[in-house]
Design a protein around this ligand. Structure first.
Ligand SMILES: Cc1cc2nc3c(=O)[nH]c(=O)nc-3n(C[C@H](O)[C@H](O)[C@H](O)COP(=O)(O)OP(=O)(O)OC[C@H]3O[C@@H](n4cnc5c(N)ncnc54)[C@H](O)[C@@H]3O)c2cc1C
Length: 374
């Protein structure tokens, strides 16, 4: 039987953005009726990001951090490693699937009304929204959409396939290998690198990644990973545990409905120069929650500063026209920036300081050319 329900706020999509937003809205506005719509998201997902050691992390996130590092490595195309160290901005491996399970338990306890179904459509009414699901129709004053957008063919994408493997003997990696450009190439029109996360002494997440406008076959990523493992773990035997994969936008996307307030990947939270979405998503959630608590209303919020967006536009032009220069930029950042500065720059934190440091460290000509290109 079809039920009709009234709500103050409805969040569509129950990935990390939707679950976290519904949690924060209900925690901060206990009298508000909050509805969260979307199937439970059980995909394996390793989320890694830098977190400022001086800032408190929500308990639910803290409990899902498997490992933390204060150093990480870039390896150039000739195979030379460049290690970066940080004193406060640590790199964290968060178990995304565990985080989503715990957030699901949390929203239930908080009294968020959970509809475990797809939403079929959203109509505007005189006073809000009508949201259509199989078993319920919700009339809501406000709505935030986190359903994934379409990525146009012209937008550069971060495409990746990652294998989690368990080694018979301890492996040699003590720090994350953020970009290993010595990997065999997949994308002729962009960058290819291996990302390797030593989750424990015996466990590695090895991810083949491309930054490129075109999409590539899953098998190409598998071959790249296998070749990297043969070269880099020649004597260890290992067992494949699970596979994760994704395609993240590095630039403009086409939302399902551009007139709706959006959050997470749907709201442009994937940083255009990296595909990392954690900081942009959490910045949007804080702004939306604060606005709702103060005014009882919700309107679209930017995930990144104008400064970061301008830097990303230039970087993407370099990546599109001179992928080799983009490789040199990452290596220059690894060689010349302190780890804390790189982390702040990539997370769009710390104001102009990290940005100016990065401009000084970067090779200049590709960016000067990029000013005149589209
Ligand atoms: C495998 C993987 C690894 C990643 N690793 C990192 C990382 O290391 N660091 C980082 O910063 N970022 C990472 N990202 C990017 C980003 O942080 C994640 O994608 C994050 O999960 C995005 O959350 P989201 O809620 O915005 O979007 P999504 O996770 O895409 O959630 C959208 C939700 O909407 C739901 N939905 C779709 N259609 C409907 C509908 N009609 N009705 C209701 N619900 C619907 C989907 O089921 C989904 O659960 C990764 C992404 C992937 C896929």
């Amino acid at each position: 039987m079809l039920t009709t329900r009234r709500a103050n706020v409805t969040v569509v999509g129950a990935g990390i953005a939707g679950l976290t937003l519904a949690t924060r809205l209900k925690q901060d506005n206990q009298n508000a009726t909050v509805v969260l719509i979307g199937p439970e998201d059980r995909r394996p997902q390793r989320i890694s990001t830098w977190l400022d050691g001086k800032q408190a992390v929500p308990a639910v996130v803290e409990s899902c951090i498997d490992k933390q590092w204060d150093a990480w490595v870039f390896r150039d195309s000739a195979g030379t490693p460049h290690t970066q160290r940080a004193s406060t901005w640590h790199y964290n491996a968060i178990d995304g699937r565990r985080l989503k399970t715990q957030l699901e338990e949390g929203v239930e306890l908080l009294g968020v009304h959970r509809v475990h179904e797809q939403c079929h459509g959203v109509n505007r009414t005189a006073v809000g929204y009508q949201i259509l699901c199989d078993s319920e129709t919700i009339f809501s004053d406000h709505l935030v959409d986190t359903r994934p957008p379409t990525i146009p063919s012209t937008t550069i994408k971060q495409q990746f396939v990652g294998h989690t493997i368990r080694c018979a003997n301890p492996h040699q990696y003590s720090a994350p290998l953020l970009m290993d450009f010595s990997a065999s190439s997949i994308a002729n029109d962009g960058l290819t690198f291996i990302y390797c996360l030593p989750v424990s002494d015996h466990e590695l997440l090895v991810e083949a990644t491309t930054f490129s406008p075109s999409l590539h076959a899953h098998a190409d990523y598998e071959a790249c990973i296998n070749q990297w493992l043969t070269t880099n773990l020649p004597t260890n035997t290992y067992k494949h545990i699970e596979t994760e994969s994704g395609i993240l936008p590095m630039g403009p996307t086409k939302p399902i409905d551009a007139t709706l307030v959006r959050c997470g990947i749907a709201g442009g939270a994937a940083r255009a120069s990296t595909g990392y979405a954690w900081h942009g998503t959490h910045r949007q959630i804080s702004k939306l929650t604060t606005a709702f608590s103060r005014t009882g209303g919700l309107s679209s919020v930017q995930a990144y500063s104008d400064r970061a967006r301008l830097m990303d536009i230039l970087f993407l032009r370099v990546l599109r026209h001179q992928p080799e220069a983009a490789h040199n930029l990452f290596i220059a950042m690894a060689q010349h920036l302190p780890g804390d500065t790189l982390a702040q720059f990539l997370c769009d934190e710390g104001g102009w300081g990290p940005c100016l440091h990065t401009i000084i460290a970067a090779p200049k000509w590709p960016f000067i050319h990029a000013l005149w290109r589209t």
